[in-house]
Design a protein around this ligand. Structure first.
Ligand SMILES: C[S@@+](CC[C@H](N)C(=O)[O-])C[C@H]1O[C@@H](n2cnc3c(N)ncnc32)[C@H](O)[C@@H]1O
Length: 387
């Protein structure tokens, strides 16, 4: 058990067979992204695209055209059905593990309390429908499902173990990527107050707490089971984080509160309307001189047409309704509308903290918004605003 990834005081117990099953899922995912996915890309680049170009005397123009030529192919069907199956097996694996020990996990969350940080839940809180109404990325029950037991941490535990299989890079790698981006671009910046929006179980949040030990860290999410688990998890790691159940579209923080407002892969799980609200809210709660960084996968214009097709599969086959639409939004305009000055907000690409290079997605050199910099081999798309 000690060599299992992502260990902390809230990690569910794993039997020998459960460890073996998690290993099997990781191995399948590694094969999927290491071999099958590369094979489909090569098939597209070496066979399908040249055949199209020869017949049509032009290149494939966009993701819709790529879908048309790829979707019916046996190799693509094999790849995409395997991807869906691995996703379902991954969630089934963790759900069974969490279900059998849920009362103990709920109790452990209470026992983890060391009063370093805090947890504020709101029993009257209404979860926005873009979260409440969907089993996002096929995760049974989504983030907010309370189940039958009081004070449940189930969704948090399921997400945490799921991510340990889904993401083979470091724990909290999203937060680490944002931290590295800040260190590279704002080397003297030392935020005293930080807000992490859409923190889920605080994987990234804890990375900010470790990196900026003198800062006061707040983390918000709409999902109580994730916040309960996240709070206990942070306490067990000896980190002081103030978790509260709030909608990032309209928080209860005063104007000009934070030096740093961040989010990691929150954006694509909201909606167009909500995302504009969240950028406005980020601007409102940011102190003059503060920095906002919202990180998600890159916009469609920043990746090649084949990657656009892959991204689109998340919406089509992985219960991610907003994944594709988000990549078409005019994010610069959203920041200008929120109040950021033209010369103080921009879109950029950030290097992924992925020492193993597990899941590299090619970023097109045609990317236009990163101020003349050479795009990194893999990028998060970041929305940066300075107030
Ligand atoms: C993909 S997860 C974020 C992962 C997390 N930031 C990390 O780095 O580990 C998206 C989270 O955003 C939350 N969320 C979605 N809409 C929100 C909103 N309007 N306000 C606050 N949280 C929201 C969801 O409940 C979910 O926990």
């Amino acid at each position: 058990m000690s060599n299992q990834p992502f260990q902390h005081g809230m990690t569910p117990h794993l039997t020998h067979d459960e460890i073996a099953r998690e290993h099997a899922v990781r191995a399948m995912r590694f094969h999927l992204y290491g071999q099958v996915s590369k094979g489909t890309r090569a098939y597209f680049g070496n066979v399908v695209a040249p055949e199209f170009e020869k017949a049509q005397k032009r290149k494939l123009e966009d993701r819709a055209e790529v879908r048309k030529v790829m979707e019916g192919k046996t190799y693509t069907k094999f790849h995409l059905s395997l991807q869906r199956s691995v996703q379902e097996v991954m969630w089934n694996t963790v759900v069974e593990n969490v279900e059998r020990q849920l009362p103990e996990l709920n109790q452990r969350a209470k026992d983890c309390e060391r009063n370093l940080g805090s947890l504020k839940l709101d029993p009257t809180f209404e979860i926005p429908r873009y979260v409440a109404n969907i089993d996002i990325h096929c995760m049974p029950g989504g983030y907010g499902n309370e189940g039958d037991l009081a004070d449940s941490v189930a969704a948090g535990a399921i997400y945490d173990r799921g991510i340990s299989m889904y993401q083979q890079a470091a724990e909290g790698e999203l937060g680490l990527s944002v931290i590295r981006y800040l260190q590279q671009n704002f080397p003297t910046f030392k935020p005293a107050k930080i807000l992490d929006m859409g923190c889920t179980v605080g994987m990234s949040t804890v990375r900010y707490a470790e990196t900026f030990p003198d800062a006061e860290i707040h983390a918000i999410d709409v999902a109580a089971p994730c916040l309960r688990y996240g709070h206990a998890r942070a306490e067990s790691k000896g980190q002081a984080v103030h978790f509260s159940q709030q909608n990032a579209e309209c928080t209860n923080f005063a104007d000009n509160t934070f030096d740093l407002v961040v989010s990691t892969i929150l954006a694509h799980e909201t909606s167009t309307h909500a995302w504009h609200n969240i950028i406005k809210e980020s601007y409102r709660v940011l102190k003059p001189g503060g920095v906002m960084v919202h990180a998600d996968l890159p916009q469609f214009v920043d990746v090649d047409v084949y990657t656009q097709f892959l991204f689109g599969n998340e919406t089509k086959f992985n219960n991610e309704p907003f994944w594709s639409t988000f990549r078409t939004i005019d994010l610069k305009k959203a920041m200008l509308d929120a109040g950021f000055a033209d010369d103080k907000c921009f879109l950029d690409l950030a290097e992924r903290h992925d020492p193993g290079g597990f899941r590299n997605t090619k970023v097109s050199t045609a990317a236009r918004t990163h101020g003349g910099k050479t795009p990194p081999a893999f990028g998060w798309g970041v929305q940066v605003g300075l107030k």
